[in-house]
Design a protein around this ligand. Structure first.
Ligand SMILES: [Zn+2]
Length: 72
């Protein structure tokens, strides 16, 4: 089931491979395309290229999150 207008979901969780944990884990969306591993708290960027991967953030990703997400 696909929802075309996926707006204001309360909590969006996915199941994926965390590069930090090196295992399958649950991730919570923090903003569109960026997820946080519930196992280690690491932030990861969703990368879709045929298959979905969750990549460690580079400096520009971290800056983007800092600028766009208010984590206090
Ligand atoms: Zn992890």
């Amino acid at each position: 089931m696909n929802s075309k207008f996926k707006m204001f979901n309360k909590i969006d969780t996915v199941h994926g491979y965390c590069e930090e944990c090196c295992e399958e884990t649950i991730m919570v969306a923090i903003v569109s395309d960026f997820y946080r591993c519930v196992g280690c708290g690491f932030d990861l960027r969703q990368h879709i290229n045929g298959s979905i991967k969750y990549l460690k953030l580079d400096e520009s990703d971290k800056k983007w999150i800092k600028d766009n997400v208010n984590n206090g």
